[in-house]
Write a protein that binds this ligand. Structure first.
Ligand code: PEP
Length: 254
């Protein structure tokens, strides 16, 4: 049984004061929901303050990025050990990082390896652009991202829970144009799990959680969570509103 996971990607929103306010609204509602792993991924500058507020809450904390090197002259970057001091999770290869910061399957792979070596649970994002979708290239693109992004990892059945994949069609992120639940599920069943099977074997592939991301809202969340291969959601915009994020998390608790 794969435990559902709902993660909020705050992107570049919320000052420390705003983050404290949002977390104080989120914690009671999220704590009341059982059977779902919950994760908040605020900007780096909020992490320490949010970590203090989440202590003992059972709600996990994640970063939105890391560098693969252990340390060095990499101005503006954050190392895996720095992230692991405060977080258990890290989002890797979000489409906004691929699109605006030139991240590739190769850098994603380096980051995933570095995160796992540090004991972090990477939430690895894959997904096709609108042009790729319209050209019927979804399977080709997503299977390449899985194959290269997750190459040369050692994942056993026991550690499969520490690898999370998020399928986020780029055309559905922040656009209000969500993928259909059946369409998203088909990508997971026909492309992502077979890709994971090729890399790690069938048992691991069945244990890795796959989240859907892209305009998930309280009114469509249940549809996704009812699908056989969708194990939760990576939520952007709606994770910035306490009521919406709590409602989405509740929908995952079935
Ligand atoms: C995201 O940023 O990962 C995301 C899915 O955004 P949104 O929910 O706003 O589409």
């Amino acid at each position: 049984m794969r435990q559902p996971l709902v993660a909020g990607n705050w992107k570049m929103y919320k000052t420390v004061a705003e983050a404290r306010q949002l977390v104080s609204e989120l914690v009671p509602g999220l704590q009341a929901i059982g059977g779902v792993e919950k994760v908040l991924c605020p900007p780096f500058t909020d992490l320490m303050a949010v970590a203090a507020l989440l202590e003992g809450s059972g709600i996990g904390l994640g970063a939105q990025n890391l560098h693969w090197e252990a340390q060095g002259a990499f101005t503006g970057e954050i190392s895996p050990a720095m992230v692991a001091e405060v977080c258990k999770y890290v989002i890797i290869g979000h489409s906004e990082r691929r699109q605006y910061f030139a991240e590739t399957d190769t850098t994603v792979n380096r980051k995933v390896k570095a995160a796992l070596a540090q004991g972090l649970t990477p939430i690895v994002c894959v997904g096709e652009t609108l042009a790729e979708y319209e050209a019927g290239r979804t399977a080709e693109v997503v299977s390449r991202q899985i194959k290269l992004g997750l190459a040369d990892l050692e994942i056993s059945e026991a550690s499969a829970g520490s690898l999370v994949v998020a399928y986020e069609p780029v055309w559905a992120i922040g656009t209000g144009k969500a993928a259909t639940s059946a369409g998203a599920n088909a990508v997971m069943t026909d492309v992502i799990r077979p890709g994971l099977t090729e890399l790690f074997g069938a048992a691991v592939a069945q244990s890795v959680r796959i989240l859907y991301g892209g305009s998930v809202k309280p009114d469509n969340a249940k549809e996704y969570f009812n699908q056989s291969d969708i194990d939760g959601a990576l939520v952007g915009g709606a994770s910035l509103k306490a009521g919406d994020f709590i409602a989405i998390t509740k929908a995952a608790a079935h």
